[in-house]
Design a protein around this ligand. Structure first.
Ligand code: CP
Ligand code: NVA
Length: 309
């Protein structure tokens, strides 16, 4: 029977905190959780603390449900009503909370703040999204892709839009798994340069990662079209300017028709119809967006059961 394994790293701050083998194991385990196969795992009332400095529906709820299903529980620490919002230093918060909680999931702005939590916490810390990465999302995304194509071999994943946290984690996880990843974004909105550098170091075949400013070229031969908001949380003041730059980067029927016949459409959600995706495409039979959202739960059950092994 497939069982959770002990992960080499204590934390999951980046897609690169897992090895290729660990990602495959988590995907297999997620699949078993999804099929409701029984494991001899009971988190025995272990506690996951959630600190969310940004809004969330999927990540927060899927973590809460995942812990409940595993026999554990969660505490949602609202930064406004805790001392976090009044400026208590991260290093003090982390040292206190790791004496109460068994694992922490943190959504914040600066990735360095997440790293500061991890530095001072004696318990595992999970990245629930930072400005730099969204690695839990990438696990669910590759689970969804694997369910559809049964293998990553010959799959081409094209992300169209902002070179943001979601794109960065897709690139890094794609590099680990050896999946061809293409990013099409307007000039100046490319993914993080260090992420690209690290990904190229991992890919055996360097041609498998392409960054382009041409969405039409990027979708040719693609099996997965993926998009995300043009302006992420924290970029509200840039929205009007970015909307102009991203003209031509909408996944519409025209762009979709240039991809492979079997192409599916993914979106991490929340979505802005008529910006990054048209309502027609969003609601079309090509969409696997709600399978993808469901898979957040299964992937996080697998991740938690390994981190708390
Ligand atoms: N995709 C995702 O992380 O959604 P939430 O912002 O609702 O958590
Ligand atoms: N890039 C988006 C993802 C939301 C899940 C953001 O950071 O707001």
């Amino acid at each position: 029977m497939l069982k959770p394994i002990k992960l080499a790293n204590k934390n999951f701050l980046s897609s690169l905190d897992l090895s290729k083998e660990e990602v495959f194991h988590i995907l297999d385990l997620s699949n078993n959780f999804k099929k409701n196969k029984k494991f001899s795992i009971d988190l025995n009332s272990k506690v996951l603390g959630l600190i969310f400095d940004k809004s969330s529906t999927r990540t927060r709820v899927s973590f809460q449900v995942a812990m409940t299903r595993l026999g554990g529980t969660t505490i949602d620490l609202n930064p406004i009503t805790s001392q976090i919002g009044r400026g208590e230093p991260i290093k003090d918060t982390a040292r206190v909370l790791s004496r109460y909680c068994d694992v922490m999931a943190i959504r914040t702005f600066d990735h360095s703040d997440l790293e500061e939590y991890a530095k001072w916490s004696t318990k595992p810390v999970i990245n629930a999204l930072t400005d730099l990465e969204h690695p839990c999302q990438a696990l669910a995304d590759f689970l969804t892709i694997h369910e559809e194509f049964l293998d990553f071999k010959d799959v081409i994943l094209t992300f169209i839009g902002d070179g943001n946290n979601v794109a960065n984690s897709l690139i890094l996880c794609g590099a680990l798994l050896g999946v061809e990843v293409r990013i099409a974004c307007p000039k100046g909105y490319e993914p993080n340069s260090l992420v690209i550098k690290k990904a190229y170091e991992i890919y055996k075949n360097k041609d498998l990662l392409k960054i382009t400013n041409d969405p039409i070229i990027a979708v040719q031969g693609a099996n997965v079209l993926y998009t995300d908001v043009w302006s992420s949380m924290g970029e509200e003041d840039k929205k009007a300017e970015k909307d102009k730059f991203f003209n031509g980067f909408t996944i519409d029927n025209d762009l979709l028709s240039k991809a492979e016949k079997d192409a599916i459409v993914l979106h991490c959600l929340p979505a802005y119809r008529s910006k990054e995706i048209t309502d027609e495409v969003f609601e079309s039979k090509k969409n696997r967006i709600f399978e993808q959202a469901e898979n957040r739960l299964h992937a996080q059950q697998a991740l938690l059961s390994c981190l708390l092994h």
